[in-house]
Design a protein around this ligand. Sequence first.
Ligand code: FMN
Length: 324
Amino acid sequence: MQAFRRQGRRYGAGLVCSEMVSCAGLEHRNERTLGYLRVGRDEHPLAIQIFGSEPGVMADAARMVVAAGADIVDINFGCPVRKVTKTGAGATLLDDPDRASAIVGAVADAVDVPVSVKMRRGLENGSRACLELGPRLVEAGASSLTLHPRSAKQMYTGEADHSLTAELVDLIDVPVIASGDVTSRARAQAILATTGAAAVMVGRAAQGNPWALREILDGDDGEPSREEVVAELILFMRETVRELGERRSTGFLKKFYGWYLGRGRFPRPFKQELVQLETLDEVETRLLAAAPGAAEVLERLVAELPDGEDDVVLDLPISIYGGG
Ligand SMILES: Cc1cc2nc3c(=O)[nH]c(=O)nc-3n(C[C@H](O)[C@H](O)[C@H](O)COP(=O)(O)O)c2cc1C
């Protein structure tokens, strides 16, 4: 999400990545899919991730996301969700090295920006497929690989086994990014030191908690004030509405209340209360009543954002490809 990426950049993330964008959705100019291609000028460097199973369609999608402003095209070979894997995309490709290499080759030929790949370790628990596939993807044109060393079957259970990340680093000459269970500076340092990875990627730890990035980057583990928490949450809500529209946002945002307001920051019943409110305006009003000083923090945050939304959102590349 753009709201999440921009927030990550403000808290020091060196590179942010989009959620996965369907190459079939791009091919068919699906309105919701094209909506993922909003790129703000405060997001760069930005990787946009695409998923699919047909090399030619993936190559077209790669051209489109570069036209939308991607500095890196990232390819998803990790998504374990059935809706994606049953189409031969996502983690399925870990088991189909010929097709996976053909996709990377076609995408690398289609664009001038670096192409990276995000992988899981393999489909089944204990699989080492990523170690066989990784070098082939580099040969096919991948400039870096990100490994989340859980199996597709594991989803998010158990632990990421970063001994595989270390093995992958030894096998290839391009940067490896370690993803999975990076929750603190201590954890990030341990993973970097034991794997030789070039960077770490932070996922869940930053959901509703951009302060985790500050801690990971600088060791600054000061808890945010209630005013800061509420201001960041309200800004996130407003940006989400701009991105998804009010109707889709109302349900979507509910899980974020717990992520922002938990961790001992606000009493539990407060979250329950917010979840039950019907409109986002009501939620905002209730949040500001709980932390009146947040209004001023919010004003400052908004003032520091780039001018006007029209300046920030690039034209969608529909006009370029609309004839096809
Ligand atoms: C809600 C959610 C959505 C995700 N979406 C994507 C995605 O679109 N593409 C991708 O490569 N990984 C995706 N991931 C996986 C993360 O990039 C990451 O590899 C995984 O969460 C492990 O890292 P973490 O422990 O820091 O969360 C997603 C994870 C979560 C929790």
